[in-house]
Design a protein around this ligand. Structure first.
Ligand code: HMG
Ligand code: MG
Length: 297
């Protein structure tokens, strides 16, 4: 299997900081996003236009978008659950939006107060409206391997949700191991089925690292299945407010190091990522989980 050039989507400012409590002031978020773009990342999910009652940590996303130093060639994207979120993303000049649903009904209900079918119906007007304004649309499918409430999720359930999202002509899919429980064998089981429905270039994998398997999962998907797209969060910060016990995303610096050590090209400067993580750690007043935040290269 050929190992394609890598496409990394940095989700730290959104997924990483959505559970950080009040400890992440707007200044720190802006500095974090700017440090990430300086490191060479080409796509950064800089915030979320969701209900501030649901996720208070993201309530300052418009201010973050207004204050970041936009680098040419970098896409600054935003998480959006509905039409109201799209309006806010457009007003903030986001370059791309991400809608989000799940392969587990229980998780989806807790996360966005909707069944899977209701959430996809909510996206139906959002996707073409965004695309008409020139914004590509990513769709997240959370709990694609395990759900904190329903346990193991069948690959067929993921494919069913993906097919329904594809009817809306979303541009790409991000398949989430929301609670960080998948092993490389779980990844193989899903990709064996999913790649019959969606071509590899439209798939991103979104691993959380609760059980320490995220780097192994990404290397397996890249080298055995030719998946080029991965989400990651510098410093390994984060979790999901509706997935109790889930830890942060795979750390971007850990993933970059692993891919480059295996012959991959990411275009990202790992030392600059370490600097971004160190700045965030100082702002949060605590050490971050990533392995490389503790190693001098
Ligand atoms: P609801 O209560 O069913 O909806 O929430 P609603 O339409 O009745 O709205 C409730 C209130 O929110 C109203 O305000 C709305 O105006 C406001 P009120 O009248 O009570 O003052 N509202 C909004 N405010 C700002 N922006 C908006 C917006 N929409 C409504 N876009 C809703 C439904 C979806 C809004 C809510 O449940 C929500 O915002 N949930 C967000 C949950 C979230 O962000 N979760 C974390 C991200 S998902 C994740 O982390 C997984 C992922 O990383 C992948 C993986 O790891 O698997 C992506
Ligand atoms: Mg996530």
């Amino acid at each position: 299997m050929s190992r394609p050039a890598l496409r990394l989507v940095e989700v730290g400012p959104r997924d990483g900081l959505q559970t950080a409590g009040a400890a992440a002031p707007t200044d720190a978020k802006v500095a974090f996003v700017d440090a990430l773009s300086r490191a060479g990342l080409k796509e950064i999910e800089a915030g979320a236009f969701v209900s501030p009652k649901a996720v208070p940590e993201m309530a300052d996303s418009a201010e973050v978008f207004a204050r970041i130093a936009r680098r040419p060639g970098v896409i600054y994207s935003a998480l959006v659950p509905n039409e109201k979120g799209l309006e806010m993303a457009l007003a903030s000049k986001a370059g791309k939006i991400s809608v989000f649903t799940a392969a587990s009904e229980t998780f989806n209900k807790k996360n966005i107060n909707a069944t899977i079918a209701e959430s996809i119906a909510r996206f139906a007007p959002v996707v073409p409206a965004a695309q008409k304004k020139g914004l590509p649309v990513r769709a997240y499918v959370s709990t694609a391997f395990f759900c904190p409430y329903e346990g193991r999720i069948k690959p067929e359930s993921v494919v069913d949700v993906v097919r329904r999202l594809d009817e809306l002509s979303v541009d790409e899919l991000s398949i989430g191991d929301t609670i960080g429980r998948a092993s490389p064998d779980d990844v193989r089981r899903l990709l064996d089925v999913l790649l019959k429905a969606v071509p590899a270039p439209r798939i991103f994998l979104h691993f959380h690292d609760t059980y320490g398997m995220a780097v192994a999962n990404a290397l397996a998907a890249w080298s055995e299945y030719g998946i080029s797209g991965y989400d990651a969060s510098t410093g390994g910060v984060g979790g999901c407010p509706y997935a109790p016990g889930a830890s942060g995303n795979v750390a971007t610096e850990d993933l970059v190091f692993a891919f480059e050590a295996s012959g991959g090209k990411t275009g990202v400067d790992v030392k600059a990522l370490q600097a971004a993580a160190s700045g965030l750690s100082a702002a949060l007043g605590r050490p971050l989980p990533s392995r490389l935040s503790r190693i001098r290269l």
